[in-house]
Design a protein around this ligand. Structure first.
Ligand SMILES: CC(C)(COP(=O)(O)OP(=O)(O)OC[C@H]1O[C@@H](n2cnc3c(N)ncnc32)[C@H](O)[C@@H]1OP(=O)(O)O)[C@@H](O)C(=O)NCCC(=O)NCCS
Length: 173
């Protein structure tokens, strides 16, 4: 697994994975292009021998104390091997380096796998947005991570079990 920052050249491969991962509510190519180009964003890709098998994005506005996990996905064939956690930790480490205090995200209520990942990194549920994901009519679970606590616990080799975004209708936020 090789994690590296995403570039504009990754857009096509990211969109292929986006549509496969989120068949009912994939972002448009235009939205994703904007995300990749935004000075407030930071996207990482998991590159396996030149093949993009995952990507994840953070939105952290300069000098803001809050940040958002915008999205995260791993290609179906590559799931369950720690890659998702590695990308999430890369986003959180970037947020630490930007001086962020709290990280927020939204996740579908019918996505127990992603919720388990977030909870195992220390995210707590702080609310719900009823019927947030359309057209599927699924609630969003809003989660928050105290990044200082996450960072203090080493971000972490010892951990076990491991929107203000303007992107409504998106995946995680
Ligand atoms: C969510 C996702 C990114 C996790 O990536 P992954 O590489 O499969 O996950 P990892 O192997 O790093 O596992 C991390 C944790 O996720 C949870 N998890 C992973 N696969 C799971 C499964 N099949 N069942 C239950 N929990 C699971 C576990 O808590 C796991 O920790 P553990 O291995 O210590 O038990 C991946 O499943 C995915 O791309 N899903 C589709 C897109 C999506 O739903 N994105 C989230 C949008 S908010």
């Amino acid at each position: 697994m090789t994690l590296r920052p995403a570039t504009g050249d990754d857009l096509a491969a990211i969109m292929t994975l986006e549509r496969a991962s989120f068949p009912t509510d994939a972002w448009s190519e235009a939205m994703m292009r904007e995300e990749l180009a935004s000075p407030h964003g930071w996207y990482v890709v998991d590159d396996e021998a030149g093949r993009l098998v995952g990507y994840a994005g953070l939105r952290a506005v300069k000098d803001a104390k809050d940040a958002d996990v915008q999205t995260i996905t791993i290609a179906e064939a590559s799931r369950g091997r720690g890659r998702g956690r590695a990308m999430l930790r890369a986003l959180l480490a970037e947020a630490v380096s930007r001086g962020v205090a709290d990280v927020f995200l939204e996740v579908r209520a019918d996505n127990p796998v992603a919720q388990a990942l977030y909870v195992s990194e220390g995210f707590l549920e702080i609310g719900r947005k009823p019927r947030y994901y359309q057209p599927d009519d699924v609630d969003a679970v809003v989660m928050k991570l105290d990044l200082r606590g996450w960072s203090a616990s080493a971000g972490s080799a010892t951990r076990t079990g491991g929107s203000a975004t303007g992107m409504d209708g998106g995946v995680c936020s």
